[in-house]
Ligand binder design. Structure first.
Ligand SMILES: [Zn+2]
Length: 442
């Protein structure tokens, strides 16, 4: 996959998939005041939940998640190196020349260049993709696919990237040609509109390529979820279920779509592995995203980040082309052959913006957690789900680590919040959830 482009799609999908079952929260909750007259010791109760995961499992989850920090850096370094190769070897210029020989229509030249670009970059970064997406996931027992199934998803992803990228690149380069130096302001508007567009079509045209979605029929689950939805002012008649077990055993749910396509979906792992109270508290969290308009707020906040990012790209492109433009045979910022350079700069910006983007997401996730606790009133079930998410997200990081790397609150933050809520609502205590074994003791 083309990583710089993946980044854009990832940003778009961020709004489309706001959930992954309760996630993030600011690092603050642990320091907030707790009711000292309550019989519940919030910290001890939190530690008791954290102890449900056997130490060996915990070590494995930590290693997986911490490895992810390094992957952020390696992804950047390797894709930047590939982009530099395209410039240095003048492959980018050659791809442009070929596109110009085939057609005189500028928009079509952009599309032809893009097709060559995404294919070449996908091939060159393929070893990294295999390691990160296949071998590393298998090593930690987080992937249910064999190689050909995984490869099938990758190829579908490539086609999606090819089509969506063309839809983005044509107006973007059109703007650069028409507006010259001030392109980046309107370019950001185009990217934000594109993100909204991808989020809008994703539940209908993109996600079904990878998973089967169907309306949830099981009345034991559907009825209480729709009751909660109606009580919270959500005009839902259906909840969707999808076969995430095709890819992994991760427990998750999400709010996807935008405007008319917005919907709440839960994955089959959540249904198969969790109790009804756990499903309810997860749905309460997702409903929080919906009611609090997180899709729209997130778009505005990331929009600000994108404007700054494109201003940086504009500055960096002009600087680099004045020095090396001739050597690379890139004619200027209006030339599509500039794309690898723009991709390096855009990825570099987003690398440094990681804590900002994560904090935007994590803050909304924490809000959704609070909403879910109030809506479902199941703090013990919430703590159990938070523990299950600990299979793929380190449970107990330091505050700086959480600030930089967490797009959802850590397990410790979330369980602390749930136990603090429980301390104020002792009547909601659930002995079954408290005693429930979540992980096999190997
Ligand atoms: Zn969420």
């Amino acid at each position: 996959m083309v990583r710089a482009f993946q980044l854009i799609v990832a940003i778009a999908l961020l709004f489309s998939v706001l959930a992954s079952a309760q996630t993030n929260a600011p690092a603050a909750p642990a320091q907030l005041s707790v009711n000292t007259s309550s019989p519940l010791d919030v910290k001890a109760a939190t530690d008791a939940y954290l102890a449900k995961m056997p130490p060996a499992r915990r070590a494995q989850s930590n290693a997986y998640f911490e490895g992810g920090y390094w992957m952020i850096l390696w992804d950047f370094l390797i894709s930047a190196f590939v982009m530099w190769l395209l410039l240095h070897l003048r492959w980018s210029a050659k791809m442009r020349n070929l596109a110009e020989r085939i057609t005189r229509l500028r928009p079509l030249q952009t599309v032809l260049y893009w097709v060559q670009f995404i294919v070449v970059v996908s091939v060159l970064t393929f070893p990294l993709s295999i390691y990160e997406g296949y071998f590393r996931e298998h090593k930690y027992g987080l992937l249910n696919q064999n190689f050909s199934q995984w490869m099938g998803d990758q190829l579908k992803g490539l086609v999606v990237g090819l089509v969506l990228g063309a839809i983005l690149m044509v107006p973007l380069f059109g703007l650069v040609r028409r507006l010259g130096k001030s392109w980046w302001v309107w370019g950001a508007v185009v990217m934000i509109a594109f993100s909204a567009f991808v989020a809008l079509i994703a539940p209908v045209y993109i996600f079904p390529l990878f998973n089967q979605f169907k309306k949830l029929e099981d009345a034991r689950i559907k009825v209480p979820i729709l009751q909660m939805a109606r009580a919270n002012g959500i005009p839902a008649n259906d909840v969707y279920e999808f076969d995430a077990s095709r890819q992994s055993n991760r427990v998750s749910a999400n709010v996807s779509g935008f405007a008319g396509t917005m919907r709440i979906s839960l994955n089959d792992n959540l249904i198969n592995r969790c109790t009804l109270p756990e499903i309810e508290t997860t749905m309460g969290h997702e409903m929080g995203h919906y009611v609090l308009n997180h899709a729209y707020k997130g778009l505005v906040m990331i929009g600000v980040v994108i404007v700054i990012g494109l201003a940086f790209v504009n500055w960096g492109v002009n600087y680099a082309l004045s020095r090396w433009g001739t050597a690379w045979d890139v004619r200027g910022i209006t030339d599509v052959a500039v794309l690898p350079l723009a991709a390096i700069l855009f990825s570099l910006f987003f690398l440094f913006a990681t804590p900002i983007n994560n904090t935007i997401s994590r803050t909304m996730e924490f809000e959704a957690d609070m909403y879910g606790l109030n809506a479902a009133r199941q703090p013990d079930a919430e703590a159990n789900v938070d523990m299950l998410l600990g299979e793929y997200r380190k449970l107990d990081p330091g505050p700086v680590e959480e600030f930089i790397f967490y797009d959802h609150p850590s397990g410790r933050t979330r369980i602390t919040a749930a136990m603090r809520w429980k301390a104020e609502h002792p009547e909601t205590t659930s002995e079954e959830e408290l005693k429930r074994t979540l992980f096999e003791q190997k």
